[in-house]
Design a protein around this ligand. Sequence first.
Ligand code: GDG
Length: 722
Amino acid sequence: MGRTIIVSNRLPVTANEEGVGFVPSVGGLATGLASVHASGEGRWVGWPGIAAEALRGKEGTVRRNLAGLNCVPVFLSSRDVRDYYGGFSNRTIWPLFHYFTQHATYNRDHWAAYRRVNERFAAATAEIAEPGDTVWVQDYHLMLVPALVRARLPAVRIGFFLHIPFPSYEVFRLLPWRKEILEGLLGADLVGFHTHDYVGHFLDAVHAILGRGHAAGDVEGGERPVRAEAFPMGIDYDRFRRAAEAPAVRREVGRIRRHVGDRKVILSVDRLDYTKGVLERLEAFDLFLTENPSWRERVTLVLLLVPSRTRVEEYRDLKRRIDERVGRINGRHGSVGWVPIGYLYRSVPFERLVALYRAADVALVTPLRDGMNLVAKEYVACQVDGDGVLVLSEFAGAAQELGEALLVNPNDVPGMARAIGEALEMPRRERAERMRRMAEWVAGHTVEEWAADFLAELAARRPPDRAPQPLGGDGVGRLDAQYAAAEARLLFLDYDGTLVPFAAIPGGAKPDRELRGLLARLAEDPRNEVVIVSGRDRDTLTAWLGDLDLALVAEHGAWVRERGGAWRATVARDGAWKARVRPLLDRYVRRTPGAFVEEKSFSLAWHYRRAEPYASQLRAPELRAALRDLAAELDLHVLEGDHVLEVKAGQFHKGLAAARWWERGWGFVLAAGDDRTDEDLFASLPRGAWTIKVGGGPSRAAYRLPGPREVRALLARLARQR
Ligand code: GDG
């Protein structure tokens, strides 16, 4: 196995201005990935946390010193930091992905900086990555990096993990650069999120915006398979557990306890951010005290807020409002001997944080939106006495794992006030039972396992070299040579998506002059047999191509017209089944705006290319399921093509239809097609045939061409050879 290269906005260490000293960053990510990074030859690519201007002339020293820690710096100027980090990352993506659309700005300069900086991260990564290495990109600052690295190193394994929520399609689509962001992410082999909801939202967006569906989390189409999956991040459970039991922390807990006397302690810990729901939380505490005067003087809320993004207007404004509200609550409810809210606006050392966790009777973790929220898990890990109650927002990713918490809707202030009361008055046995279950979960799903699971899934991804190879260079030379040398050549060409691009309605894909000329020239050569193998009906093929000297296969092999011959059916005709199926398809047409039914002699096709992607994404699987029983009863086959479900009776497919040409010996056989029905054709061909998948997605074909334009270019070259 190769090395693992982690790529994140920040390195796990921060440089000082001399570029010689480094302070470790202690966030959850740094600890979680420490084991990955420490093991063997790994590298970590990121920003050393200090603007390039301050390090001018010392870059070499920084680079060398960081190399000793297996770290590779990406230097960012203060302008880069302002526009890429403070700008696009934190004023566009952060608010939008947390559903704060009112705070999101759409600034083109910020976007340009984001692209530029993502390019730089990709270049730095590509410079050190080798075939066999695994690249693991972290978080919303670097969403373009997977595709940018892929463009430079097609064979490397790339993973991406998003630490914040992925919003629903209706919110994501507000982003002017939504397409670029998705394409950036799809450069990865595996895209990870904290919860299944986020995975679902991401797949919805990929389908609606890029038109690429998915089967059980595997995104369809594209050059390589891409998988989206949930990997809920955990914490370093043992580290918190050990710290909570350490003598120094015990002493600190004793001091806190002595200080608050027999009052209950409610704890709240966040980075100061509008997503955290601090104002609503304060309002709930206020209401709780108003409605429950008996609790006055008997409870203290410790509000720990870590300063963050202090230069951004919204954050300064929020800080002012929190200060005011804390003052108001303390003024209104407090007494000479009791301050309801102990307010700390700073960061505290790790041991002190752990002591606060352990001392707290209740943790109030009520963000309006949070990707995961590690504070909730850390609180659980620190309850070494098996006591304590967690009140948790249902909008934190953690809520999906910690179902024994008291779950609240942070917008429902009275509901939160009630939950505070419930938490304070919960019987000891119930508290212990709930905490025991949560602790078991947190202990069993640590951050180390999170990283290991993600990397194991990434390693299990199908190696890209088993997919069709791009047809170019050497391949083209051999193909041309074999064609030139062959006395008898057989060419199977699918029509829609292969020779012409898809049209919104089936009638819109008529062959143009260039195509007809091209086919005529190929057919003219006495050594060639050209067969158009299509899903279309006979009449259309006759009208469009009937005058050329071609063989035609219609309706996926149900009809064959040899050169100069007449149409002949390959299966017996019995249309009785249609009367049963048609009403079902019609019902789904009425329920799916834009969908329509095409009737062919042996089949009925339900097309949804023009349908609203969101609706068809719901309806197509529903219809497929509804057809299943009917198909079993009437002995029908349901085929899935590109944006079409087709029902047919009898056994016929493109591969069976092609068999009639095998009697003759051929020196050159080529088949090109773009959808699933062409896979039957590819599978039926003898070894040595040139099979070409047109467009993205997995295929049995040996080669791949991007689209109809490239197919035509290939055919034109062959036609010129004579
Ligand atoms: C993202 C997502 C997701 C806090 N105050 C102090 C302190 N902390 C530590 C906590 C905890 C971390 O900061 C905060 O973790 P969160 O999970 O709440 O949020 P972020 O890491 O900022 O952000 C989030 C996470 O990524 C992981 O994927 O859960 O949803 O937004 O570890 O302990 N640490 C110390 N002093 C403090 O005052 N020492």
